[in-house]
Write a new protein. Structure first.
Length: 388
């Protein structure tokens, strides 16, 4: 295990009915806030009105700002920054999943910066300050409710880049599992895939050995997410399943499982970002396509950790690491299929003829994330061919 610093300042308020506390926890951070949300599901479910009532009860005025897309756009963020400033607001309450929270983070950084908010994503500036963010989570997936990163798509350049910084941790996140009951099943399953890949990235790419504690955290989270997803498919209103999924997804990318792991990276997310930047596919659906393909490609180079994954997650044993590893990857892919998640490009209407274009786009991010020497266009094309 390597030396590390773990610091996660987000207060999590978890449980049934805790949504009504959003006004109380927001009150210390401002009297005029932007109430940010996605499409109209939050309004139709009554959640938006509930949040608004809680804010009003604490004397907090709010300006509604809806319309965040599943792959949030830079243009929306830029417009929201101007609205925030014009309305003299001082905090953001984000009601939604990762896309809404990521947009809130970008807006929060943008309003405290004199330049263009894209500078944070284009590595031209660092996030040094941001307005306070509060969250009411509605989708278990990205863990944006408990980390300091965000991802935004530049529609003009078709670049899906990330930004991060300590000021982007939400001050408070309310995790009420009942708020996920109405999430469409396909998006619930995409969230499960996203959470699993979050923990698998460092588990499979980290070079630190041994890391038994981190490995066991991962090997406990994955079965929990699988069990919860299977239960949600049977009953979308299964409270315990939704609760386990919600908390497991937060733990999957809040810095805990990677503390002490050295030199890990995110090649599966790197490649998928190009899919969702170019085709506007749901992030979890894109990971369902990329992950088994990348795992097979990487397994051919270093099968041992993949064999551990197969044995500890799926109970597959054998003397040959490669054989065991490939069987584990197939088991994961088959489970994705059972969830209704695409595992081939064609299943998402992405033509195989576009693979060179996707790879060219992904190389930009590979270089930005320090993986350019390993993941050139040819390597990325090879991964994608396995998903064709």
């Amino acid at each position: 295990m390597n030396d590390f610093v773990f610091h996660n300042p987000t207060m999590v308020i978890f449980g049934r009915g805790r949504t009504d506390e959003i006004g109380k926890v927001t009150q210390p951070y401002g009297k005029r806030v932007m109430l940010l949300y996605g499409q109209e599901s939050a309004r139709k479910s009554g959640l938006l009105a509930r949040v608004g009532s809680s804010l009003t009860a604490e004397g907090i005025e709010f300006i509604e700002r809806g319309g965040v897309q599943p792959n949030p756009l830079l243009s929306f963020v830029r417009e929201s920054v101007e609205i925030f400033r014009a309305e003299n607001l001082n905090a953001i309450v984000a009601v939604g999943g990762g896309s809404v929270i990521d947009s809130a983070k970008a807006i929060a950084a943008g309003v405290r910066y004199a330049g263009d908010v894209w500078d944070f994503f284009d590595a031209k500036a660092q996030v040094k300050e941001a307005c306070p963010i509060m969250v009411v989570l509605t989708l278990a997936a990205t863990a944006s409710e408990m980390n300091n990163g965000c991802v935004i798509t530049n529609g003009d350049t078709q670049q899906k880049f990330a930004a991060s910084g300590p000021p982007l941790f939400p001050r408070v996140s309310i995790l009420d599992p009942e708020n996920t009951f109405g999430v469409p099943l396909d998006h619930s399953m995409y969230g499960a895939v996203d959470a699993i890949i979050h923990v698998l990235e460092a588990y499979l790419t980290g070079v630190s050995e041994p890391t038994p504690l981190q490995d066991r955290l991962v090997e406990g989270l994955i079965p929990t997410i699988r069990e919860a997803a299977d239960a949600i498919l049977l009953d979308p209103c299964d409270y315990d399943a939704r609760a386990n999924m919600m908390w497991a997804a937060s733990l999957a990318l809040n810095g805990l499982t990677t503390a002490g792991v050295n030199d890990y990276n995110f090649p599966m997310h790197m490649i998928e970002h190009s899919l969702s930047a170019l085709y506007d596919i749901s992030h979890g659906a894109g990971l369902g396509i990329v992950a088994p393909a990348w795992m097979r490609d990487e397994c051919s180079r270093a099968p041992r950790k993949f064999a551990h994954f197969a044995e500890r997650i799926f109970g597959i044993t054998g003397k040959d690491d490669t054989h065991v590893a490939l069987a584990g990857i197939e088991a994961l892919e088959n489970w994705f299929r059972e969830l209704g998640v695409p595992v081939r490009l064609g299943e998402a209407d992405i033509p195989g003829a576009d693979i060179p274009r996707i790879a060219e786009n992904a190389v930009m991010l590979a270089k930005r994330w320090g993986m350019g020497k390993v993941y050139d266009a040819a390597r990325i094309e090879g991964v994608l061919r396995r998903a064709d």
